[in-house]
Design a binder for this molecule. Structure first.
Ligand SMILES: Cc1cc2nc3c(=O)[nH]c(=O)nc-3n(C[C@H](O)[C@H](O)[C@H](O)COP(=O)(O)OP(=O)(O)OC[C@H]3O[C@@H](n4cnc5c(N)ncnc54)[C@H](O)[C@@H]3O)c2cc1C
Length: 474
């Protein structure tokens, strides 16, 4: 039986980054991936010469060392972009992110006054009374922005994307996505501008327009170029990658993994097992069982996404990289026009848009037939004058499971329990899906390197469950 220092379940960015780092230090690795291609969520589909990412997949990081390492991957390059993005509210396309003045002016006057007053009152209150109990995303948003903006900006989009009221979402989600320190700085700026009625300098070039502004990188033919470059980087090292496999079992005592490839069963043995696959699938595969832990893991819910890719007989429909659609009467959350990311993403003279629809696996939406969901998305986009449906040449529907870890109010307790149980006998969890952590791509790569370095440096604690991202990218 073939034996490896590491068997890694899943060849997404986290698994690939881990394999790169340990193999550079002489360890052998086997990556087992169920899809035919590597990349996981950072994958690109080639459909009739249209390159399609899973919605927006910009690469951005504040970790300079990581960026430098990525640019040194063989045959890999990315172009720099300045993000262009808008939000559709009050039947208007407004600049995004956080064009608060723009938003206040677009609102009906009464709402605008209410939002400004509640924002100001809230700012004074939080300055005077620092002690606030922040448990949910609703608490977090109101703490920083006030009730008025919560009702207008946070509630509609958040409850649409997560199909849940923001009061039921853990504040950890906001903490992981946004940097508190910078947000306070942003609020001060907005407040000053509101007082002085200065509506002038909110431009897309303004780096401080967090939480979403600034520049990002993107390869010419989709984000797939990044995982593909990792594969080239490990080619000459002791790394094997098996794609299109079906895992059939993990024996913790014997330290073996069984899988099926091309209709034949194989078993390999490991010194350490790294899992980047969904927690419930990992639990079911391995032979250590406990009904309480099982129910705990089953209650850690991942959200699915349906992507409707629409192909149009025109060169361009807007300049935006993507647009947000908080209105619940519109079926999709975002529209991403790939030709604005790179002209090579679409055949000449055409463009494509990706609409994403978030839902849970047991919902009516998830079970809706492809043609019905595509028709609804196309008709909604036509109604709000984003596309002209006469120009649609065809569409493609793709369903992605385990897209978002959903942080309910009790998720941390459940996750702590699950991790304590699963990370034993030389098994370790890694990555966005494997650790149930709301990672961006750079975070998953950084964690892959961090876990690998714990082995290379023989750290006393190898697990990175408590790892804090050093450079949060926004
Ligand atoms: C809609 C969307 C948009 C995003 N946009 C951005 C963005 O703009 N910028 C950004 O930085 N990040 C973005 N992200 C996040 C980014 O995609 C992820 O952080 C990153 O790809 C996660 O990599 P990972 O390796 O940790 O996890 P994954 O990509 O989930 O890797 C897990 C791997 O395990 C494999 N697997 C699962 N089950 C099995 C099994 N049973 N057997 C074998 N293999 C299995 C999967 O196929 C996958 O390859 C976005 C995510 C989503 C969902």
């Amino acid at each position: 039986m073939q034996k490896y220092n590491f068997v890694v379940l899943g060849a997404g960015l986290a698994g690939l980054a881990f394999a790169k780092r340990v193999s550079e230090n002489g360890y052998s690795v086997l990556l087992l991936e169920k899809e035919e291609t590597v990349g996981g969520i950072s994958r690109t589909i080639n459909h009739n010469n249209y390159y399609l990412d899973f919605c927006a997949h910009r690469f951005h990081t504040r970790n300079e060392a990581l960026l430098k390492e990525l640019f040194s991957l063989p045959g890999f390059n990315m172009q720099k972009h300045l993000k262009k993005s808008r939000i559709y509210m009050f039947d208007k396309y407004l600049k995004y992110p956080f064009q608060l003045q723009n938003l206040l002016r677009a609102m009906p006057l009464s709402q605008s006054i209410y939002c400004s007053l509640s924002f100001t009152a809230n700012l004074i209150k939080t300055k005077l009374f620092k002690e606030t109990s922040i448990k949910s995303y609703k608490d977090w948003f109101i703490h920083f922005y006030g009730q008025g903006l919560y009702e207008v900006m946070c509630h509609p989009y958040t409850s649409k994307v997560w199909r849940t009221d923001p009061s039921m979402i853990s504040a950890d989600w906001a903490e992981e996505r946004f940097q508190g320190e910078k947000i306070i700085y942003l609020i001060k700026r907005i407040f000053t501008k509101l007082l002085t009625l200065d509506f002038s300098s909110y431009s897309i070039e303004d780096e401080e327009l967090i939480p979403d502004g600034g520049e990002f990188y993107y390869p010419k033919r989709g984000i797939q170029e990044l995982p593909d470059a990792f594969v080239r980087a490990v080619q000459n090292h002791s790394v094997e990658i098996q794609t299109g496999i079906k895992l059939s079992g993990i024996n913790r005592k014997d330290k073996t993994v069984a899988f099926i490839q091309n209709n034949s069963s194989e078993t390999v043995s490991y010194e350490n097992l790294i899992s980047t696959i969904p927690l419930n699938i990992f639990y079911d595969l391995q032979d250590k069982k406990d009904p309480e832990i099982k129910s705990c893991i089953q209650n850690l819910v991942y959200m699915n996404i349906i992507f409707v890719f629409v192909f149009l007989k025109r060169e361009s429909i807007s300049n935006d990289h993507w647009l947000y659609f908080p209105d619940e009467k519109i079926i999709f959350n975002r529209g991403v026009e790939f030709s604005n990311w790179s002209p090579e993403m679409c055949p000449q003279g055409t463009t494509s848009v990706c609409f994403d629809i978030t839902c849970y696996h047991d919902s009516a939406l998830w079970n809706m037939p492809d043609d019905k969901i595509a028709d609804t998305a196309i008709n909604d986009a036509h109604r709000i004058k984003y596309i002209n449906k006469e120009e649609v040449s065809s569409y493609h529907v793709y369903r992605l499971k385990y897209a978002y870890p959903f942080y309910d109010l009790d998720y941390k307790h459940k996750l702590d329990t699950a991790v304590k149980f699963l990370e034993t006998d030389d098994c370790y969890l890694l990555g966005r899906t494997g650790m149930f952590r709301y990672n961006n791509a750079d975070n998953s790569i950084e964690m892959g390197f961090a876990l690998a370095e714990n082995f290379v440096n023989d750290a006393s604690v190898k697990s990175i469950y408590d790892y804090k991202i050093k450079h949060i990218s926004l």
